[in-house]
Design a protein around this ligand. Structure first.
Ligand SMILES: Cc1cc2nc3c(=O)[nH]c(=O)nc-3n(C[C@H](O)[C@H](O)[C@H](O)COP(=O)(O)O)c2cc1C
Length: 139
């Protein structure tokens, strides 16, 4: 199984999640390509069996607007029937950005293959296992 993990991370928390998720998916036998969103193309989403997308809560409970939001906009009309999983880190909020993002991807016709995973700031303790299990569960 071919998995793409595409993420944006300003201070490294979502990147740490991405690497743990990769570890989990690889341990379950998947072939995983991990890319920072600036290096990704829509084909990384459309050609993968499952695309795992990661972005922290930014602005006021929105996706990061410089790179990640434009990338999501560019694939939004190409993901009908596509298997996706979403993750990201947050700070002081309650996860509204992830609920909105999940709904948005469902409205675009994507099939969410795992419950969207959110972690407060840097993944530590139990979070690390949750990230690995998330990666495994997608496979
Ligand atoms: C400009 C900016 C806006 C943010 N807005 C929110 C927000 O609306 N809600 C929230 O829960 N956290 C917010 N945060 C906190 C980040 O989501 C949190 O620090 C996260 O761990 C950053 O992930 P990263 O290290 O992958 O960049 C914001 C952080 C920054 C820098």
């Amino acid at each position: 199984m071919k998995i793409s993990i595409i993420y944006w991370s300003g201070t490294g928390n979502t990147e740490s999640m991405a690497k743990l998720i990769q570890e989990g998916a690889v341990s379950a036998g998947a072939e995983v390509v991990l890319k920072e969103v600036g290096k990704a193309t829509p084909a990384d989403v459309t050609d993968a069996d499952v695309a795992i997308l990661g972005c922290p809560s930014m602005g006021d409970e929105v996706l990061e607007e410089g790179d990640f939001e434009p990338f999501i906009s560019s694939v939004e009309d190409k993901i009908s029937g596509k298997k996706l999983a979403l993750f990201g880190s947050y700070g002081w909020g309650d996860g509204q950005w992830m609920r909105d993002w999940t709904d948005r991807m469902k409205k675009a016709g994507a099939v969410l293959v795992a419950e969207s995973l959110i972690v407060n700031e840097a993944p530590s303790g139990d979070d690390e296992e949750k990230c690995k299990t998330f990666g495994k569960s997608v496979v």
